[in-house]
Write a protein that binds this ligand. Structure first.
Ligand SMILES: [Mg+2]
Length: 239
């Protein structure tokens, strides 16, 4: 799609499955890898599905827009087992699971195709920032650094570091502050992300210009673009 460069002064990007891909071969972006089977191996659940259900519960536990960190999510999920475990056993299992997660996740992540070239083009023309959900602080920034993309951005905001997660408006307000913009400047920002619930809807509510990065060419189970929202399917479309 052709963007009119006069229409905006900043570009805000989502991070995962927008700049860095972390979905697996089934299109799943939970990032859990083999943790469900490890939870079974460690004797907490009888099936991977039972762990996944407990984890989903632990993840959605907070209704106040705050981020829940990975160790907290795992501790909560394991405490939902019907098997009896002592507190120390849960803590030990959580650290085993976190170690496993670190190994697997670092191998799984890769730059989104075309993201680096797109950033080289746009960061020479507009100031850019990142607004990311993640369950460990400062990780989006360090992963962008690992893939040579960090230097393109004026700021990287993440939910674990800031405390609130998308779609809560506070994290977007925090990004405006990083850009030295006020909320009434929202129309000066072009926001690009892959999720309707976490990116497109809140960014529209706040009055930003929105571009949906529709990943359906690369990934199964992607929601359709919302009517009336501009979309791109590959980074090469965004110039
Ligand atoms: Mg995303």
């Amino acid at each position: 799609m052709k963007i009119n460069i006069e229409d905006f002064d900043w570009i805000f990007f989502d991070c995962f499955n927008t700049l860095i891909d972390d979905f697996d071969e089934h299109g799943d972006e939970s990032g859990l890898g083999s943790l469900p089977s490890l939870a079974v191996e460690l004797g907490f659940f009888v099936s991977s599905a039972a762990f996944v259900a407990a984890y989903a519960h632990a993840r959605a536990f907070r209704q106040d827009g705050r981020e829940t960190l990975l160790p907290e999510r795992l501790t909560h999920a394991l405490s939902l087992t019907s098997h009896h475990h002592k507190v120390g056993e849960i803590a030990h299992a959580v650290s085993r699971m976190q170690e496993r997660w670190e190994e697997e996740y670092h191998r799984m992540i890769r730059p989104t195709p075309g993201a680096s070239e797109m950033l080289t083009y746009w960061s020479a023309r507009k100031p850019t920032g990142v607004v990311s959900n993640f369950f460990l602080p400062r990780r989006p920034e360090s992963y962008l650094e690992r893939f040579g993309m960090r230097s393109h951005f004026r700021f990287v905001v993440d939910s674990a570091e800031f405390g609130y997660r998308k779609p809560n408006h506070r994290i977007f307000h925090h990004a405006f502050a990083q850009a030295r913009l006020s909320v009434t400047d929202a129309r000066r920002v072009l926001y690009i992300g892959d999720r309707n619930d976490l990116d497109v809807r809140p960014a529209r509510q706040l009055g930003m210009r929105v571009l949906h990065f529709n990943r359906s060419r690369h990934r199964s189970g992607v929601e359709a673009t919302i009517d009336g929202v501009a979309a791109i399917y590959d980074w090469t479309d965004f110039r």
